[in-house]
Design a protein around this ligand. Structure first.
Ligand code: NAD
Length: 452
């Protein structure tokens, strides 16, 4: 296809959270001229000052390098976006609605409503947010009435698959790129634009899946539903292992050697959380209902139930470990983020467990290397420590709730004289059980015995 655009492409990224800030910085890294837009003025001024408003390894370097090179800037004003470029990525949030399983599309709609009437000439919006199938078609109709006479705004959907903790790497070296466009439009303009934007990435041979809106939207939620199912599968098996004294980690190794199964994402433990998997499987179920296929995804309810059951099971295990009741005990909870290398505490299993323990009357001290501040905002009544050692002072049990490397590699001897009782509960099956036991600790792991 003929190149429709020149080398120095201009583009905007609307919504500069985990996804959008990373995308904006990485697009600039590819050499493009990028404007990031967010309604959060504080976030915009921090990004403009070269400060990443959340924890993401490596992102600050990319951000600062491109700010300094003059290829990247941020604004709160959608008018700047309309004037700056004719290609706009959309990465605003799509949280779960407050009541029910559905997806709250109000941020996506307000971004579209703000931008569309302002643009003149031919523009392209490329949605990256995770949305229910049918969203692009509905937004396209919404845009039709907002577009200025004589102008044209196309809509494509290119879902994002980045993992927090690896966001820069995943954006610049994705497993695949997916592009969905209007099935009734023969025009391949969106494909040409995307090909130009991602040229450097595509030249490395990354698979490029070209499809319609609905398929592209479904690819994303299906991928997350599969990953959630894989985690809940091994956690369901771990419930049986617990009852019969079998070792689910050894089992996962053994079944994982089968390439059809694979060992990744097969770790039993506290289960999944964060701003994506839980709300994405719920949103998927809700939309399946709406399109008359609710029965197809009924199993995802069970996936969700298995997952949330791990959190209560963990609380029971901690209670067992301290003699049956946590009331009046001191519990150290190490980890608050939903996974290591992230400060994201949205629907975090670790914080949920900390909260449940506090509700049962334990004095809980939480420590997370990066997520203390976010946690305090969500659970202001818990106590937060400045280090793992401080959290463990006078503890009746130490709970590892997020598998940060610094917890995985903790020396049992170092904590031995800090705690009141040498009791450790491994919620991520990430510790060296033998090392803890031989240092005189009583060792418990969610999902049953851990053989050394
Ligand atoms: P986030 O909450 O960190 O960021 C969303 C941003 O959008 C916020 O900064 C918010 O202020 C901004 N915003 C809201 N309305 C706006 C508007 N009208 N105009 C401009 N900005 C606006 O969320 P996130 O984690 O970055 O997720 C964004 C989307 O990406 C979601 O659909 C999510 O499911 C998807 N996603 C996230 C990840 C991830 O790992 N975080 C991975 C893949 C996909």
């Amino acid at each position: 296809a003929a190149r429709v655009l020149t080398e120095d492409m201009k583009l905007t990224v609307i919504g500069c959270g985990y996804l959008g800030a990373t995308h904006a910085a990485c697009m600039a890294e590819l050499g493009h001229d990028v404007l990031g837009v967010d309604v959060d003025a504080d976030k915009v001024s921090r990004l403009q000052a070269g400060e990443v408003p959340f924890f993401e390894p490596g992102l600050a370097d990319v951000l600062r390098r491109n700010l300094a090179a003059g290829r990247l800037r941020f604004t709160t004003d959608h008018r700047d976006a309309a004037a700056f470029a004719s290609v706009h990525f959309l990465g605003v949030g799509t949280p779960q609605v407050r009541r029910g399983y559905g997806v709250d599309l109000s941020h996506v709609e307000s971004a579209i409503d703000a931008l569309t009437p302002l643009v003149r000439g031919e523009h392209l919006i490329i949605g990256k947010s995770t949305v229910p199938v049918g969203t692009a078609a509905a937004l396209s109709q919404r845009m039709a009435v907002l577009t200025a006479p004589g102008s044209r705004v196309d809509l494509a959907w290119s879902p994002e698959f980045l993992r927090e903790g690896f966001a820069v790497e995943d954006t610049l070296e994705p497993d695949r790129l997916v592009l969905g466009t209007d099935p009734d439009d023969e025009d391949d303009r969106a494909e040409q634009v995307i090909t130009e934007i991602y040229r450097e990435i595509l030249e490395t041979g990354v698979p490029f899946v070209r499809t319609d809106w609905a398929t592209a939207e479904l690819v994303k939620v299906s991928a997350n539903a599969f990953l959630a199912t894989k985690i809940s599968f091994i956690n369901a098996v771990s419930e049986i292992c617990e009852n019969v004294g079998a070792d689910v980690s050894t089992l996962a190794d053994a079944i994982g050697y089968d390439a059809r199964i694979g060992r990744r994402f097969l770790n039993a433990g506290l289960g999944f959380g964060g701003g994506c998997l839980p709300k994405d499987i719920r949103g998927f179920m809700a939309r399946a209902d709406e399109v008359g296929a609710g029965q197809a995804l009924r199993f995802l309810r069970e996936v969700d139930a298995i997952n949330t059951r791990r959190r209560s099971a963990m609380v029971e295990l901690v209670a067992d470990a301290v003699g049956g009741d946590v009331l009046g005990t001191n519990i150290a909870v190490l980890g608050a983020a939903f996974k290591p290398e992230s400060d994201d505490v949205r629907d975090s299993p670790a914080l949920n467990v900390a909260g449940q323990l506090a509700l049962r009357g334990a004095s809980v001290a939480v420590f997370d290397p990066k997520a203390n501040d976010n946690s305090r905002r969500l659970y202001p009544t818990l106590a937060y420590a400045q280090s793992a050692v401080e959290a463990c002072e006078q503890a009746d049990a130490v709970v590892v709730a997020t598998d940060w490397a610094e917890f995985v590699h903790m020396a049992p001897e170092e904590l031995a004289d800090v705690v009141r009782a040498r009791v450790i509960v491994d919620g991520r099956r990430c510790l060296d059980a033998a090392a803890w036991r031989s240092a005189g600790w009583r060792f418990y792991a969610i999902g049953g015995p851990m053989r050394a």
